[in-house]
Write a protein that binds this ligand. Structure first.
Ligand code: HAM
Length: 436
């Protein structure tokens, strides 16, 4: 009986694994150079962890299970609630700000489609505990900078991708100024988040279901089409004549910081970014391909109430998550996928059936920290040399009956083709001095 893989999952054959490792290694390197420390949590949590604050969309996509004690659990669809739980647990002993990163394997029972699967890897970076207003803007900018730092490192330019930035708070204030009731804000965010994924009539109809007044619907649609900071300033200034703090300043400050950090050309204000998750409270952003052909490459934002909602103190937080699926598609399309070839220091080839001699040398090399391989096929020398090339060996050691009798080995440099015969003992003596 043949059992197929489960829908929306992937098998990682060695070639695929090389790609996955290359992506994840890049995420980790960039996290570290931007000052983030790695953490991880369990692959499943209590079901209520994800029901509490992530929003209906995530709840509908949960893989949930009951353990033998009848406890309701779920496989993690994201790691942010786990992060909030872990930070709350040790809040008094953790030096702030907390700058942590993680690359969890996540599961969401989504409809599998291009760039969206049921199991994927997601790079997370988060900054928790920056309290001061202006520094909060700097923390939001640092999260965006780190994201772009990675995307630039793999070769993407501002022609390929854009960071679309907006603010939940600006939107909330605008909706309040239109007398939209407080309990309607969240359902409206859910509809607005779908704006770019739906035909405009369907979108307006869905919005109409939440906001019965057509005039208000039109005003919301107008707000969603503002595409510059001066235009936004005009709109929110009219609404905040009282001179009170206007959340639009956050957008302006974050964009100013990003200009100062040298990545202005990657960033644009875009009010259509609302985000699907319920816990965001301020700046929100997503990175999209400029061609607009793919789903979001990543998304994140400020979530100042999540730690408090999980029973901890009210500590501000900001962060982002980037999946491996859309990223891989985009990098493949652009010819930027460059998994590192497997490294092999030595391939040991033997002339005639003296496999145990080859094994002795392979074992010695490996014990000294070098990667070494030999052929199980015991073909003729040219076949073995082909195998060595296929395995990208840097050097080939060749031994035959003659060499064994003389206590020597032949060492062939696979790049130059140069070959020399030396005493085996001397060879290993020299290797020892440069041993890894
Ligand atoms: P999210 O928007 O749900 O945010 O996911 C962020 C990213 O994860 C997406 O932009 C996409 O790259 C990837 N992703 C999500 N679902 C799938 C899927 N089914 N298949 C493949 N990739 C997927 C969050 O998860 C937040 N917790 C991010 C965050 C961290 N916000 C603050 N800190």
């Amino acid at each position: 009986m043949k059992i197929p893989p489960v829908k929306g999952t992937r098998d990682f054959y060695p070639q695929d694994m090389a790609v996955r490792n290359w992506i994840i290694d890049g995420w980790k390197k960039v996290s570290v150079r931007n000052g983030f420390e790695e953490y991880d949590g369990p692959i499943f949590e209590y079901l209520k962890m994800f029901q509490l604050k992530s929003g209906d969309e995530i709840v509908e996509q949960l893989f949930s299970l009951k353990d033998r004690g009848g406890r309701d659990l779920a496989i993690r669809p994201e790691i942010t609630p786990t992060l909030a739980r872990m930070v709350n647990q040790k809040i008094n002993s953790l030096p702030r700000p907390i700058k942590w990163f993680s690359v969890p394997r996540l599961c969401r029972a989504e409809r599998p489609q291009r760039g969206r699967l049921r199991e994927f890897f997601q790079w997370n970076i988060d900054i928790i505990g920056v309290e001061d207003g202006l520094k909060k803007n700097l923390a939001d900018a640092e999260v965006i900078f780190t994201t772009v730092d990675y995307l630039r490192k793999v070769g993407l330019t501002d022609k390929d991708i854009k960071v679309k930035i907006s603010s939940r708070e600006v939107l909330a204030n605008y909706l309040r100024s239109l007398d939209v009731p407080e309990d309607k804000l969240e359902p409206i965010y859910v509809v607005l988040d779908k704006k770019n994924k739906l035909p405009s009539e369907t979108f307006e109809q869905m919005l109409g279901e939440q906001v019965p007044d057509n005039k208000i619907v039109n005003k919301i649609v107008d707000f969603m089409s503002v595409d510059s900071i001066p235009q936004l300033e005009e709109l929110v200034k009219i609404k905040s004549e009282s001179g009170e703090y206007s959340a639009y300043l956050d957008i302006k400050m974050v964009l100013d910081n990003l200009t100062m950090m040298g990545i202005k050309d990657f960033c644009v204000y875009d009010p259509s970014i609302v985000r699907g998750l319920a816990y965001y409270t301020g700046i929100v952003f997503e990175v999209h391909d400029t061609a607009g052909e793919l789903r979001a490459i990543c998304g994140g934002g400020r979530y100042d109430n999540l730690l408090r909602d999980f029973g901890g103190p009210a500590i501000p937080a900001t962060g982002m998550g980037m999946g491996d699926c859309v990223l891989e598609i985009l990098l493949r399309e652009k010819g930027l996928l460059k998994p590192e070839p497997r490294e092999l220091d030595y391939f040991v080839a033997c002339i005639g059936f003296i496999g145990e001699e080859a094994w002795r040398i392979v074992a010695k090399l490996r014990s000294m920290g070098y990667s070494a391989a030999f052929s199980y096929k015991a073909g003729n020398l040219s076949k073995q040399l082909k195998e060595a090339s296929a395995q990208k060996a840097e050097k080939c050691i060749i031994i035959g009956q003659e060499e064994i009798e003389e206590g020597k080995i032949k060492v062939k440099d696979m790049a130059t083709g140069q070959q020399k015969k030396i005493d085996e003992d001397k060879f290993f003596e020299e290797l020892k001095s440069e041993s890894k």
